[in-house]
Structures are given as structure tokens and as C-alpha cells.
Design a binder for this molecule. Structure first.
Ligand code: SAH
Ligand code: AVI
Length: 316
């Protein structure tokens, strides 16, 4: 098992935080949720009663595994974006027996612990992780006889929902270029549904999602020498029906200032930092988005309640 580092984490983090907090609507990029603490909190979110996406996607993957494997094919080069704990991937690894597995994640801690567990469970598997940002063109490892191997990109968890539709289309186009005419993509997409179900999933009773959101400020304090007062920011998540997305914010409970290094930022009472979008699609909306990026939705697998979909995308 090998892990390559493909970015300079602290410099990029500092620059993006300062740029985001300098805008009229302050924002922070959600990819920075996932330090070691954030990745652990996300794993706790996945086990919450209210957070349906993980259970739905696991259930539908188990239920349709035979068909998914027929669509995806055996012996491919399996590239997974935002692999995290690689939990759902275990089902695919067993069914697809890929020639090599390339997990790509911004969190080196998550990549490392997943790779160790996978090595124990699948001693035959060749894993070559890449710690980096999947929105940037990455140098993926080149394997011997790569010219003959087929590329399959797996992007589960509805992490694609954390991109705006424009970013998602650009990301899909880039992936289309990566897999070429012989490859394919499997992408998990959270579907539009009753807003109460969505609201509960992002406002869990135990406050784990709130802790996940606030950890972003704690991380800025730890890694960038920030002085955010965590007692004076609260978690706020709501469904923006017009834009079809959950928005997560951190709300300032006072008029206050906070510094990041030598930069100072002022907050009004009630002012928010927009930390995440989680876009929800209808099957038709996502089909159209994929088509604009050069992918045909050849298969769509869903759970019984149609909460979540796994799209099997093939090049047009
Ligand atoms: N695939 C897992 C984890 C989803 S959580 C699942 O389905 O449960 C989202 C994952 O994507 C996290 O592990 C996070 O570290 C990673 N991630 C988020 N933004 C990223 C980016 N821009 N580049 C690379 N990885 C990213
Ligand atoms: C990783 N991503 C798909 C999660 C989501 O549902 O948008 C992140 C998350 N944010 C709050 N809870 C979970």
C-alpha cells in the first residue's frame, strides 16, 4: 500500500480561508471539514438515525450488487474520489476484483486508516492512495500495462452534492476525460425528498452535525493560529427549496471579531459563514447534468423509498 501527497495543505488552507472570510457573504470551503477529527465526526454522522444517505446507499448497493458488477466489469483500475473510510467500497472490491484500487481523498488520516484496514481484509488488493483535492487535475499513478486497463471511477456518498451544479458538471467532464471511451463511472446522488426528512438529517438531535460544522473553526484555530470563540458561533442548516440544496452555516451569536494570523474579520450579530451546500437532485436533473458532461446514465439503482440513487454512467 502506498500513499502519494498531491498538494501543499497548510498554504492552500490559509489562502482559501482568508479569501472566503473576505467576501460579503463569508464562506469556507467544505473540503476543510475533514481533518482527523472531522473525518471521525463524519463517520459518526453516518451512523446517526436521522442521516439516511449512508444506510440507503449501502442497502441499494448490497441489493443490486450483481447488476452493478455487470455494469462496472471486473479487473478494472478502480479510482475512488472522496473515499473516506472506504466502507461501501468493500462491497465493490469483492465483486469487481479490480486490478488496482486508487482512493483519492483530501484527508491523509482517513486515507491511511482505510488503507490499513483494507490491506488486512483484502490481502490480494493493490492499493495506491492519493492525498489531494479531486477538483484539481491530479497526477494519478501510472501502472504497468495501463494502456490496456479500463478505468472505473467510483464517487459515492453524494459528495457530488457538495459541489454546485456548475462545479459538478466541470468535475464530471474532467472525469469523462479520465475514463476515456472504454471506462465508466458510478456516482451516488442524494435525491429530492420531503424537506422534513432533509432537515432532520442535517439537524440531528445529538448535535453531531453541529460539532462537525463547528470543527471547521476549531481547525482554523489549531492549524492557522486563529482565535475564533467557539462558544459564540452556532450551527444552522436549512433546506433552500429554490436552489434544491441544504445549506449549512455558522451563525455569529454576537458582534465580534476573529483573527486568522494577521487578518482580522468582523462579524455582526446574526451574520453567517456559509460552510456547505448539499445539493439534492431529481433523477432527471442528474441525468441531464451527466449528459452535458458527456456521460449517458445507462443504469440508475435506487433504494425502496427512492431517497438515494446510484448512477451507472457510460461515455456517450
Ligand atoms: N465516500 C465516503 C465518504 C464521504 S465524506 C462515503 O460515501 O461515506 C466526503 C469525503 O470526501 C471525505 O472523506 C473528504 O475527506 C473527501 N473530500 C471532500 N472534498 C474533497 C476534495 N475536494 N478532494 C478530495 N477529497 C475530498
Ligand atoms: C459528504 N457529504 C455528502 C455530506 C452531505 O450530506 O452533504 C457531508 C455532511 N454534511 C453534513 N452532514 C453530512
Amino acid at each position: 500500500m502506498r500513499i502519494d501527497a498531491a498538494y501543499a495543505p497548510v498554504d492552500a488552507f490559509r489562502e482559501e480561508v482568508i479569501a472566503g472570510l473576505s467576501q460579503p457573504q463569508k464562506t469556507l470551503p467544505p473540503k476543510y471539514f475533514y481533518d482527523a477529527d472531522g473525518s471521525r465526526l463524519f463517520e459518526r454522522i453516518c451512523r446517526l438515525r436521522e442521516y439516511y444517505p449512508t444506510r440507503c446507499e449501502l442497502a441499494l448497493t448490497r441489493r443490486h450488487l450483481g447488476e452493478i458488477a455487470r455494469f462496472a466489469g471486473r479487473g478494472a483500475e478502480l479510482i475512488e474520489y472522496g473515499s473516506g473510510a472506504s466502507t461501501k467500497t468493500r462491497l465493490l472490491l469483492e465483486a469487481l476484483r479490480p486490478r488496482v484500487y486508487v482512493p483519492v481523498d483530501i484527508s491523509p488520516a482517513a486515507l491511511h486508516s482505510a488503507a490499513v484496514r483494507l490491506a488486512r481484509r483484502f490481502p490480494w488488493l493493490r492499493t495506491h492512495g492519493v492525498a489531494g483535492d479531486f477538483m484539481q487535475p491530479l497526477t494519478l499513478p501510472v501502472f504497468r500495462s495501463a494502456s490496456r486497463s479500463r478505468r472505473l471511477v467510483y464517487f459515492p456518498g453524494s459528495t457530488i452534492g457538495n459541489l454546485t451544479p456548475e462545479e459538478a458538471q466541470a468535475f464530471l467532464s474532467m472525469t469523462r476525460g479520465l475514463v476515456g471511451q472504454r471506462g465508466a463511472m458510478l456516482v451516488g446522488v442524494d435525491l429530492k425528498k420531503d424537506a422534513n426528512v432533509l432537515h432532520a438529517a442535517y439537524n440531528d438531535a445529538q448535535g453531531v452535525t453541529a460539532a462537525f460544522n463547528r470543527n471547521l473553526l476549531a481547525r482554523i484555530n489549531r492549524e492557522l493560529g486563529g482565535d475564533f470563540d467557539l462558544r459564540r458561533f452556532i450551527h444552522y442548516a436549512f433546506y433552500n427549496a429554490a436552489l434544491g440544496r441544504i445549506e449549512m452555516h455558522l451563525v455569529s451569536l454576537a458582534r465580534q471579531t476573529a483573527s486568522v494570523g494577521r487578518h482580522r474579520f468582523g462579524f455582526d450579530l446574526g451574520e453567517t459563514i456559509h460552510t456547505e451546500n448539499s445539493c439534492k437532485y431529481s433523477v432527471e436533473e442528474f441525468r441531464t447534468l451527466a449528459l452535458a458532461a458527456g456521460f449517458r446514465a445507462e443504469r440508475v439503482w435506487m433504494d425502496g423509498r427512492r431517497y438515494f440513487a446510484l448512477f451507472g454512467l457510460a461515455p456517450t
